[in-house]
Design a protein around this ligand. Structure first.
Ligand SMILES: [Zn+2]
Length: 559
């Protein structure tokens, strides 16, 4: 899609501007004052220091992480933002629970007993904060994909009481010949493994064992094994939230072996699960599982500043910008300096966030709604800083009109396109289209819809709480470069630098593109802040019902 640019003759524009100014009803967007508001040189200065070795990879709870947080807070203050935490501080302390787990899993049935090998045959973790969490002799139920999605008329849980049971499930979502289920090719949240655990806990189950298959998961068993054998971090759930005792994965091979012994066939079960008439199957298998745990608590802040809205009514609503500042820290046993500098991921976004904040406080006509800027922590540990924020928001979520998130922002120069992930799910898209037109940029669709990128950065914490959001991702059509230039750069980054010690600042980076994305985010936020009404999810979107509930609860509170 390409948008035409308004082409008014210059003198006419000048007259219009003068007229608007005399009438004192001009807004910065009308007179184009915002163009060039975000300065690449300033972004570079932040990016260099945030990705410097002195920040030690900005791990939550580390000295370097704390240093980064303090740097960001001082920049927020200098940019003119007010402290947003209790109106007195820029720091929202996030308690992160670190856990090392040693699991066991025994399956019993069909005259046999399987004691599975941790790591190579299964992994298991828990969020229940006890030294030993165990369940004994529980019924194993094959749940298909474990999805309850009323808007897609799909409920694997229909007519089944799963209380206290252990659920064996597939990852991803039901498949059909023509991708007719759910979001078609695009992965919905119902396909994410995190959803499977959450839904099973809500339904009263005590354990979930996900069957790993490389095509359904999108990655090999080694990824599951490596990620679960490290220390796991989580934030404490709100009091009263049900937790699974056992959150497990099993290899396809082992699952097949057990099912075969019970006279069942995994491929047949999968094909049954791909039908809306699927019913859960009680397997002739009992499960005993335990997880022994070592916990510790670390603290790391979200850094939050605000700019008060000017409209007496609308200032009680806000636009929330987020970008994570944490990265993976350092590993002394690693070859080289062992520091995961996280320059692209996400010193780039943090630096852009600071400059969006500065641009906002410098514009002449201040936004009507309040603007919040949150540099969040522990994204790399599973979106934990933003999850904590949602559990303890500094501004009511029902009054949070929209979230704009940036993470790993283009550092290679200006592009002709931008990818506004998730914006098309809500009326926010109208504003995105307007900004794209004004900036003479194309909107490009999600290049990898099957990957569910929208669920993988901090905006998703807000989305799960019903807040409409956009994750602004830079496009790869670079101005003045060959067509495949951007894709090659991105492939190289993913192969050689992503989450590695080589994600370092490079003086040859052109931060014009970073400033361009920041400018896009600035305009989007400003227009959203000045619109008479908050954006709304489109009908049928799974997150619409959460938003409506949140707004109704807020209204009930006032009555
Ligand atoms: Zn990131």
């Amino acid at each position: 899609m390409k948008f035409p640019r308004a082409n008014l003759p210059y003198p006419l524009v000048a007259v219009l501007v003068a007229l608007l100014l005399t009438l004192n009803c001009a807004s910065p967007e009308a007179i184009g004052k915002l163009d060039g508001a975000v300065k690449p040189a300033r972004i570079r200065a932040h990016l260099k220091i945030l990705s410097d070795d002195i920040m030690e990879g900005r791990a939550p709870g580390s000295r370097g992480g704390e240093l980064a947080a303090k740097y960001i807070a001082s920049q927020f203050e200098e940019a003119g933002l007010l402290p947003a935490v209790g109106d007195s501080s820029y720091f929202q302390n996030v308690e992160l629970i670190g856990a090392k787990h040693t699991p066991s899993l025994t399956l019993n049935g069909a005259g046999r007993t399987w004691r599975l090998n941790p790591g190579t045959e299964f992994v298991g973790v828990t969020k229940i904060e006890q030294p030993l969490v165990s369940i004994n002799n529980r019924q194993l139920v094959f749940m298909g994909y474990g999805v309850d999605a009323s808007e897609f008329s799909w409920n694997d849980y229909a007519n089944t009481d799963v209380t206290g049971k252990v659920l064996l499930m597939l990852v991803n979502e039901p498949k059909s010949e023509n991708d007719i289920f759910f979001g078609g090719k695009a992965l919905t949240y119902y396909g994410r493994w995190t959803y499977k655990y959450e839904e099973a806990a809500r339904k009263g189950a005590d354990g979930v064992i996900l069957i790993h298959t490389t095509p359904l998961a999108g990655y090999g068993w080694n990824v599951v094994q490596n990620s679960r054998s490290r220390e796991q971090f989580f934030v404490r759930s709100p009091a009263g939230a049900r937790q699974l005792a056992f959150r497990g994965w099993i290899t396809r091979g082992k699952a097949e072996e057990v099912l075969n012994a019970a006279g069942l066939n995994l491929d047949e079960l999968i094909s049954q699960a791909n039908s809306a008439s699927f019913n859960p199957i009680e397997l002739p298998i009992r499960v005993s599982a335990s997880v022994s745990n070592k916990f510790r608590t670390i603290e790391s802040p979200n850094v939050i500043g605000k700019l008060l809205g000017t409209d007496p009514v609308l200032k009680k609503e806000c636009i929330l910008y987020t970008s994570h500042y944490d990265h993976l820290g350092k590993n002394d046993s690693h070859s080289g300096d062992g520091i995961f500098n996280g320059a692209f991921d996400n010193a780039s976004g943090t630096s852009a966030l600071i400059e969006i904040a500065r641009a906002f406080s410098e514009i002449q006509f201040k936004p009507k709604r309040t603007i919040l800027f949150a540099a969040v922590t522990a994204e790399e540990s599973g979106l934990l800083g933003s999850q904590f924020y949602v559990q303890s928001p500094v501004f009511p979520l029902a009054k949070t009109a929209a979230n704009i998130n940036i993470d790993a922002v283009n550092v290679w120069g200006k592009t002709r396109n931008i990818i506004p992930l998730g914006a098309d799910r809500s009326t926010m898209m109208e504003v995105i289209n307007r900004v794209a037109m004004e900036m003479n940029m194309e909107i490009s669709p999600d290049p990898m819809p099957e990957q569910g990128l929208f669920f993988r950065s901090d905006q998703f914490s807000l989305v799960k709480a019903g807040v409409p959001a956009v994750y602004l991702v830079g496009g790869l059509k670079f101005v003045g470069k060959p067509q495949d230039w951007g894709q090659k750069l991105m492939d190289d980054y993913i192969k050689n630098r992503y989450h590695g010690v080589k994600d370092e600042y490079d003086p040859s980076w052109s931060l014009e593109g970073t400033a361009q994305v920041a400018q896009f985010a600035l305009k989007t936020g400003l227009y959203l802040a000045n619109k008479p009404t908050m954006p709304e999810w489109h009908d049928g979107d799974p997150f619409k019902k959460i938003r409506e509930k949140s707004i109704a609860e807020m209204a009930a509170l006032k009555d």
